[in-house]
Design a protein around this ligand. Structure first.
Ligand code: MG
Length: 257
């Protein structure tokens, strides 16, 4: 009788708490809200405020070796297009984001992140002109994270195979995901990565990779999922994380399951 009761409680508990519910990552922070902007410190604070699992951010190395936050390879300053990795910090920090913030350094971003209570930081390393520059960026950022004792709250992603390998070498315990969609879960597992973070079209074409990844103990993340029908498809595929510009919409759809 006691065993039966316990079983009933367990079944009820599993039903109430959707154990396999997807976690939400705010793509470039939560920026589709007032006063925010893509990759701004405010977008990180907003992602923390809505308790997203993660807040994603894109980073580059300036020409004088300082890690900075930006998505595109170029920025516009006084009507001129500048290549981020060929421009010194002093010039880059003059760039204003659409919400009026200055383009942030990674140091500033991490200092702001240290005050967050809920969200993790998902750092995307952009691919650079040489392996040396990528290695320098990876080394500097892993050091900054370690100095602030944020190792358990940061995950890393990249399209660059050199970058994911470098970061994994420098931060053995870190969760590192590969973005480029061209490697099987088996290969990523052998590389010691935490999983795959692929465009949803890759997963729709190779849905078996989700189960293969899970069988290998890997996690599956997918980007950038904004449309309700695709959000539903990714939930049905049982991915672990959904990276989105619409974190509240994704949450609403997950909660309806
Ligand atoms: Mg990104």
């Amino acid at each position: 009788m006691k065993k039966k009761n316990l079983l009933l409680i367990l079944i009820l508990f599993a039903g109430l708490t959707n154990l396999s519910a997807q976690q939400i990552i705010a793509h470039r922070g939560y920026w589709k809200t007032e006063g925010s902007a893509q990759n701004s410190i405010e977008s990180l604070m907003q992602a923390d405020a809505i308790k997203a699992y993660g807040s994603e951010v894109d980073i580059w190395l300036s020409s004088d070796g300082v890690p900075v936050v930006n998505h595109d390879a170029e920025v516009t300053l006084n009507g001129n297009k500048l290549v981020v990795q060929d421009t010194p910090l002093e010039t880059l920090t003059q760039v204003k984001l659409s919400n009026g913030e200055s383009l942030p350094t990674v140091e500033k971003y991490l200092d702001a992140f240290a005050k967050c209570n809920n969200t993790k930081l998902i750092i995307e390393f952009k691919t650079h002109s040489s392996k040396e520059r990528e290695d320098e960026l990876a080394r500097k950022v892993v050091d900054m994270v370690n100095q602030r004792n944020l190792q358990n709250r940061v995950e890393y992603i990249s399209f660059g195979i050199n970058l994911v390998q470098q970061v994994k070498k420098l931060a053995h315990q870190a969760d590192v995901y590969y973005l480029n969609g061209d490697m099987t879960p088996q290969i990523l597992s052998k590389m010691g990565l935490a999983g795959l973070d692929y465009h949803y079209n890759v997963l729709l074409k190779r849905p078996e990779w989700v189960k293969e990844a899970h069988d290998l103990g890997l996690k599956v993340n997918t980007w950038t999922v904004n449309k309700p029908e695709v959000i539903q498809q990714m939930i049905d595929l049982k991915v672990d994380f959904i990276t989105t510009d619409e974190p509240l919409l994704v949450r609403e759809i997950i909660q309806k399951q």
